[in-house]
Design a protein around this ligand. Structure first.
Ligand code: SF4
Length: 268
């Protein structure tokens, strides 16, 4: 039985929180503790609204409700929905022996944090369970980034921990509904070894989060920044705040050089 490592108000975590925390703890702090917003471009907004429209459509269809009014005047949406239904028989086939639920939500208490997942569609039989997820971006050429993304890892982890299925009986499949000429999928199976690794990595990451929260609350000392040498700060909307713009790097370097000069002038 694990003991609690969290005593902070920030407790409910999704895969988005975990990805952000892993990618840059300071960015996590800016967004969730300092409540600083990230500007969203028109294209991102469009993608988000299209994605939520498609998810609503799939949910309505799964509930056996008519979807005609939702696709009216949306020819392309209608085409993509039909293409997905043709390409993914498991989306189509319903039998009474199978558990199916769209927008299926689960929460796991992990060291005092509430890990929360929402499956686009969960299908369960006596022998296996499948998590399905609709993606409205094109299929990536390389599956590795998705394999290590916290969505894949957390979704599989939480289902294993909150059901009677063994890791080997669980899989997760992403459907890329906009892929041409037909929707494509990527399936990830699961194993006891991966489950153990996910548990260890979650324990480490959330242990760090607890330390950083404590430090921030007491001092406050900011969450760690990523190394400037990664080059990722240049495209980050917090580059000015983090003093990671090209100008601030030059100024910092000048400051260091000035300090060095001053040091050299001190008589011995
Ligand atoms: S500028 Fe760099 S260190 Fe600061 S939040 Fe962005 S990615 Fe993180």
């Amino acid at each position: 039985m694990s003991h609690s490592i969290n005593s902070f108000p920030f407790t409910r975590l999704s895969q988005g929180h975990l990805n952000l925390l892993e990618n840059c703890p300071r960015k996590f702090q800016h967004i969730y503790f300092d409540q600083l917003g990230v500007p969203i471009s028109y294209e991102q907004q469009e993608r988000l609204s299209w994605g939520s429209h498609f998810h609503l459509l799939m949910q309505q269809r799964e509930l056996g409700l008519p979807v005609e009014s939702l696709v009216e005047g949306e020819q392309q949406l209608h085409q993509w929905l039909s293409a997905l239904i043709n390409a993914a028989p498991e989306v189509l086939n319903r039998d009474t022996q199978t558990f199916r639920e769209s927008e299926h939500c689960r929460t796991l208490n992990f060291h005092g944090y509430l890990l929360t997942v929402v499956y686009d569609l969960l299908i369960g039989t006596n022998s296996c369970a499948q998590i399905l997820d609709w993606k409205t971006f094109p299929q990536p050429k390389n599956r590795q980034p998705l394999a290590t993304d916290w969505q894949t890892r957390l979704y599989l982890y939480v289902l294993t921990e909150t059901s009677d299925y063994l890791p080997e009986q669980i899989s997760m499949t992403y459907w890329f509904v906009k892929s041409q000429p037909r929707p494509q999928s990527l399936k990830f199976s699961y194993s006891r070894i991966q489950h153990q690794k996910n548990r260890e990595d979650l324990t480490e990451l959330l242990g760090q989060l607890s330390c950083w929260q404590q430090r921030y609350q007491d001092d406050p000392i900011g969450f760690p920044q990523i190394a400037a040498s990664t080059g990722r700060c240049q495209n980050c909307s917090f580059a000015v705040r983090c003093q990671r713009t090209p100008e601030s790097v030059v100024n910092n370097t000048k400051g260091l050089l000035a300090n060095l000069t001053e040091l050299q002038e001190v008589p011995l």
